[in-house]
Ligand binder design. Structure first.
Ligand code: BGC
Ligand code: CA
Length: 406
């Protein structure tokens, strides 16, 4: 090796050292961060946590339009009652009785769904201009204050009972709790239950298997998990697709764009080089809340065959990126509860397909659904990752994560 080569090499080494020092100095606080599925917000008031949503220039939220989906779910149930008005009242007492499984009283998606059902069925009570989403607990006699009787096609509609399905250790949206609660309810007033409504399919399917399938009682859920969609052939009445195929793509795509220094709309509203692009019937972006919201679709016996595989990638965004322009990068991603039905059976399989297409090497960390520390303990070395995708256990807790990146 001659002197000149040595000299050039050492300059190259020095330059690359300066670059890696710059990268270190940039620090984890400047790396792309996406909040997904649980929007940073105050769990009592629903107010968005804008400091978390604007943590840095490459921070945003990816979810779906909760009230549009909730309205769809409510309308689906109201239409079902109208369409089956002659047979819906099983015990002929003039009341269409339904029970409602609530996922998490502090989660804005769950709150929106409870409101959507009560609004469409006329059972909501307004408190401060909004329908009260509080659980009614038992209301067989119609005396609860947080709900009232509605009316459809000459029949009274009553929310006989509703309850937050949280288990003893604190895990919310808990399917097992829903499965046992329906047993308690049917033991005391089963003949009055004409419809089951659930904030999600995990809980809805638990109640379907425990009771309503055998009884032929229509059951409505949310998420369009594959098992729930398949159950429509066996009497499950309907569900809502929150477009996990669009959301999982967006969750990783926003990180990809930031890492490539690309325009944030690349492969989203504007086609990328591989031809990936979404349309405005798939999602919208709201600048003010720094959030991408997928648009929901109703899934019933009319169209369920198109939704049987909830883990199929969405064709308009299923084109492989080139490693030349989008080299492999490392992502840390957590799932608040490794046993959440929707996230583990629908969302994560989709993420795993899109991570390949987007050349992202993702480390998946599954939490226990109860404590943030169970997850944050496993982000001991944030320096190893180029970007982060966070699914909060509790929507109030964004700072538990950003504190680790400061
Ligand atoms: C889903 C639920 C899920 C929850 C987890 C919601 O969007 O509908 O099924 O349990 O997300 O945060
Ligand atoms: Ca009845």
């Amino acid at each position: 090796m001659n002197k000149k080569t040595l000299y050039t090499l050492s300059i190259a080494a020095a330059v690359s050292m300066v670059f890696s020092m710059a990268a270190l100095a940039e620090g984890n606080a400047d790396k792309p961060l996406v909040w997904w599925n649980r929007q940073p917000s105050n769990s009592s008031t629903g107010e968005l946590d804008m400091s978390a949503l604007t943590w840095n220039d490459h921070t945003c939220y990816v979810g779906f339009d909760a009230s549009q989906g909730a309205d769809l779910q409510g309308r689906m149930i109201a239409d079902y009652i109208s369409d089956n008005i002659d047979t819906i009242d099983r015990n002929g007492d003039g009341i269409v009785g339904y029970v409602l499984a609530i996922g998490d009283i502090g989660h804005n998606d769950s709150i929106a769904r409870t409101i959507g059902t009560r609004k469409a069925l006329g059972t909501g009570v307004e408190a401060e201009g909004e329908i009260d989403p509080s659980p009614a607990e038992t209301n067989v006699d119609g005396s609860a204050l947080v709900v009232q009787d509605g009316e459809i096609g000459g029949l009274t509609v009553r929310e006989l009972a509703s309850h937050e399905m949280k288990n003893a250790s604190g895990a919310t949206w808990d399917a097992a709790t829903a499965g046992s609660t329906i047993g308690t309810w049917t033991d005391s007033f089963g003949d009055q239950i004409d419809i089951i409504v659930s904030n999600n399919d995990g809980m809805g399917m638990a109640m379907f298997h425990a009771w309503s399938q055998a009884e032929g009682v229509p059951t409505f859920g949310y998420d369009a998990n594959s098992d729930a969609v398949a159950a429509i052939a066996d009497g499950y009445a309907g569900t809502i697709s929150q477009r996990a195929d669009v959301q999982a793509y967006l969750t990783l795509r926003v990180l990809r764009n930031a890492l490539d220094g690309a325009d944030p709309d690349t492969g989203i509203g504007t086609a990328d080089e591989a031809g990936n692009v979404l349309s405005d019937t798939d999602y919208y972006y709201d600048e003010e809340s720094r959030s991408y919201y997928a648009l929901n679709l109703a899934v019933t016996s009319d169209n369920y065959e198109e939704f049987l595989d909830s883990t199929a990638v969405y064709a308009p965004v299923a084109n492989q990126l080139s490693e030349d322009s989008s080299p492999v990068r490392n992502i840390w991603l957590d799932i608040y509860n490794a046993s959440d039905n929707f996230l583990s059976s629908t969302y994560q399989p989709l993420l795993e397909k899109y991570d390949d297409l987007l050349n992202l090497n993702v480390e998946y960390v599954g939490g226990d659904g109860q404590t943030e520390s169970n997850i944050t303990n496993r982000l001991s070395d944030p320096n190893q990752y180029d970007a982060y995708a966070i699914n909060l256990v509790k929507t109030d807790n964004a700072a538990s994560y950003t504190a680790l990146l400061e």
